[in-house]
Design a binder for this molecule. Structure first.
Ligand SMILES: Nc1ncnc2c1ncn2[C@@H]1O[C@H](COP(=O)(O)OP(=O)(O)OP(=O)(O)O)[C@@H](O)[C@H]1O
Ligand SMILES: [Mg+2]
Length: 242
């Protein structure tokens, strides 16, 4: 079963009025794949995640999870199926403790308080936040908050993890730490999609990269191949250098 399709986009399209934020995207991921998604600001990366996890219904096309069309399912239903994500704008509840934040997710599959707390504690340990469990989330460092976001997704027992710029604003050491965490989760069998602006991170993962520009996929391949593609250099690096 290791080559089973975990998640696929078929002609996936989202229009906002006259703007095509995501246009006719096709890709397929097997279980255990790690995919990086890059592209300039406004390329449609977050909109793609919103389509995959159900925040937006598609204007056209389909989202396939484990061979089943999930395009019409609500975000909660997709979470139940194993799609976990972080948000570019943090959804951490700052006045609650780290543990309580993760428990909210843990309740999805565990109705009892003690079981949810135990599971949440296990997840915090997995992301390296166990000793911060009783600290209010609002007082965590940025790097710790990003780990907490990942923990919240993991608490849903996700099999596919979508990370929207979890490295943004972190210093190099923190970036390296989070790369280590993502690698560990991938090695444990999760299918991982990473939206990333930092090309060093994309190179570090050494896995498949797709490049988006104006809602379309303009390149798909290894970091070496994709990052030396003239069209990518112009679309992505050119704009960034301005
Ligand atoms: N809910 C919405 N309503 C209208 N337009 C939207 C909406 N969400 C996104 N857009 C537009 O769709 C386009 C793609 O936005 P999106 O946030 O997906 O880009 P992105 O690649 O994630 O950019 P960034 O790197 O800045 O996060 C942009 O032009 C954006 O303004
Ligand atoms: Mg975005």
């Amino acid at each position: 079963m290791s080559d089973a399709t975990a998640l696929a986009a078929e002609n996936l399209t989202k229009r906002f009025g006259g703007l095509t934020a995501v246009g006719g995207l096709n890709f397929s991921l097997r279980r255990g794949d790690l995919l990086s998604i890059i592209g300039p600001n406004g390329a449609g990366k977050t909109t793609l995640f919103n389509l995959l996890t159900g925040q937006h219904p598609p204007s056209d096309g389909r989202v396939i999870h484990e061979g089943r069309d999930i395009s019409a399912l609500a975000p909660e239903q997709r979470a139940r199926l194993g799609l976990g994500r972080t948000f570019q704008i943090s959804k951490t509840l700052t006045s609650m403790t780290a543990l309580e934040n993760v428990m909210i997710g843990a309740f999805l599959h565990r109705g009892k308080l003690a079981a949810a707390a135990e599971h949440a504690m296990h997840i915090l340990d997995r992301v390296g936040l166990a000793r911060r469990a009783s600290v209010r989330a609002g007082t965590l460092t940025l790097s710790e908050r990003r780990r907490l976001e990942i923990a919240r997704a993991l608490a849903l027992d996700c099999s596919v993890l979508l990370l929207d710029e979890v490295m943004a604003g972190l210093n190099q050491r923190e970036v390296d730490d989070v790369i280590g965490l993502v690698r560990q989760l991938h090695a444990e069998g999760l299918t991982v999609l990473v939206i990333e602006h930092n090309l060093k991170v994309v190179r570090a993962f050494e896995n498949r990269v797709i490049v988006m520009d104006f809602g379309r996929m303009i390149a798909d391949g290894t970091p070496d191949k994709v990052l030396s593609d003239p069209q990518v250099v112009e679309a992505y690096l050119g704009k960034k250098a301005e």
